[in-house]
Design a protein around this ligand. Structure first.
Ligand code: ACO
Length: 387
């Protein structure tokens, strides 16, 4: 199957050069389809249906195991994840010694690496071993995050609540309050929408790392480092800061114009793939952002975003991506801004792990080329001959 899809006309000695690998097909995958129909499919299922009906656990099961669980399978999977939440003692005590002003993304990058150190068999890379570790990470990374955050802010430590599902428990441990139904639903939707998105930069880096046949902790550590940047996962935090800076809907239009005239990128807009049409994830989270705003009587952030959206469309013909209205949702939930990208990590663990398993099941080392543009044939001078 894969052989039939390979473009034999590509000259291996002089392959096509595409900066940023734009338009390059680097893998076959049955995990996520960014279809041309304006929808995104996880293992064949529309994200519209998944966001409306499923829990994060259901989606994680789907991504990792390739099929939707039946009632019994889902119950087992959900309680297994809830049981796996406790951190190894060694990891918890190291996390409580890290500098309190560390960015939580740096803590997660370090924390996942630590979880590998405390896993006596971390070098195992069979499908079964990777699946087991994927479940551990999905269960433990949210606790790693909330544990560090509560320690750094000198807040009362909170244990995980086994009666809550993954999204509810993360929100509970972040805010210290049991979420109401609407907040729990919207947070769950945001985690589903963040769970997977084909060969984005962080997933690609996880697959590159996996292609050396290394362990899953190394692949997820690579992915977290890649997600952190403002052009990728870091954009949701940048959007929230932008909204706070704009402060009022009456200032939105002028703010956008001024930013564009300085050639500044407006965070939460544009996408390498969803360029000429709206990111389907944005439309979903936008509806929930509006509902949450109306429900809490705080429509200010939503209104600022719609004003920015209109102006960006007028000026640049650019559409919002998932991060714009997700920032509104998280602001309304009172989640501290530096935790937005880490929540993306907690969600994307399912997608990254599914890709690591898929890569290692049918592996070929990922090793592209570059075109050398530096000098050649320079004459080596001894140290005292150099100016
Ligand atoms: N604000 C202003 N202009 C933009 C933006 C933006 N957010 N995004 C793209 N453009 C403009 C570029 O300046 C360029 O214009 P030009 O042709 O006049 O020079 C044109 O659109 C094409 O941009 P590229 O840089 O070629 O697009 P690319 O595919 O490389 O970038 C990216 C995609 C990085 C996401 C970009 O749109 C961006 O920087 N967006 C802001 C960051 C962001 O929101 N990231 C989140 C991505 S979604 C996610 O991770 C869940």
């Amino acid at each position: 199957m894969e052989d039939a899809l390979v473009d034999k006309s590509v000259d291996k000695e002089f392959p096509v050069f595409s900066p940023g690998l734009e338009g390059v097909i680097a893998a076959t995958s049955s995990i996520c389809d960014l279809s041309d129909t304006g929808d995104i499919l996880y293992r064949g299922y529309s994200i519209q249906d998944l966001a409306k009906n499923a829990t994060y656990e259901e989606v994680a099961y789907l991504l990792l195991l390739g099929k939707l669980p039946n009632r019994k399978e889902l119950k087992k999977f959900t309680s297994e994840l809830a049981r796996k939440r406790a951190l190894p003692d060694g990891v918890a005590s190291i996390i409580h010694k890290l500098p309190k002003n560390s960015h939580p993304m740096d803590v997660l990058r370090t924390g996942v690496s630590l979880l590998g150190l405390y896993d006596g068999k971390h070098q195992e890379t069979s499908k079964e071993a990777n699946l087991e570790r994927a479940k551990n990470l999905i269960a433990q990374v949210p606790v790693l995050l909330t544990d560090f955050y509560r320690y750094a802010r000198v807040l009362k430590s909170i244990g995980a609540d086994k009666t809550l599902n993954n999204a509810e428990n993360l929100l509970y441990m972040l805010t210290g309050k049991h979420p109401n139904d609407l907040s729990a639903k919207v947070f769950n939707v945001s985690m589903i929408l963040y769970a997977e998105h084909e060969l984005n930069a962080s997933t690609f880096s996880a697959r590159v790392t996996a292609s050396t046949l290394t362990d899953i902790y190394s692949t997820i550590t690579s992915a977290i480092g890649t997600l952190r940047g403002p052009l990728h996962g870091g954009a949701n935090e940048a959007v929230a800061k932008m909204l706070l800076e704009i402060g009022d809907v009456s200032k939105a239009e002028a703010w956008v114009r001024a930013a564009l005239s300085r050639k500044q990128r407006v965070m939460g807009f544009g996408h390498r793939i969803h360029r000429t049409a709206e990111d389907p994830r944005s439309a979903i989270i936008k509806r929930y952002a509006r509902e949450l705003g109306e429900n809490t009587g705080k429509t200010k952030w939503y209104d600022i975003c719609t004003a920015i959206e209109d102006e960006m469309h007028k000026q640049k013909n650019l559409y919002p991506n998932l991060d714009l209205y997700t920032a509104v949702v998280y602001l309304l939930m009172g989640i501290p801004i530096e935790l937005y990208t880490p929540i993306f990590v907690c969600s994307r663990l399912a997608g990254w792990s599914a890709h690591v398993i898929e890569q290692q099941e049918n592996n070929r080392l990922i090793r592209p080329r570059s075109i050398y543009t530096g000098p050649k044939n320079l004459q080596y001078l001894q140290l005292d001959e150099r100016s």
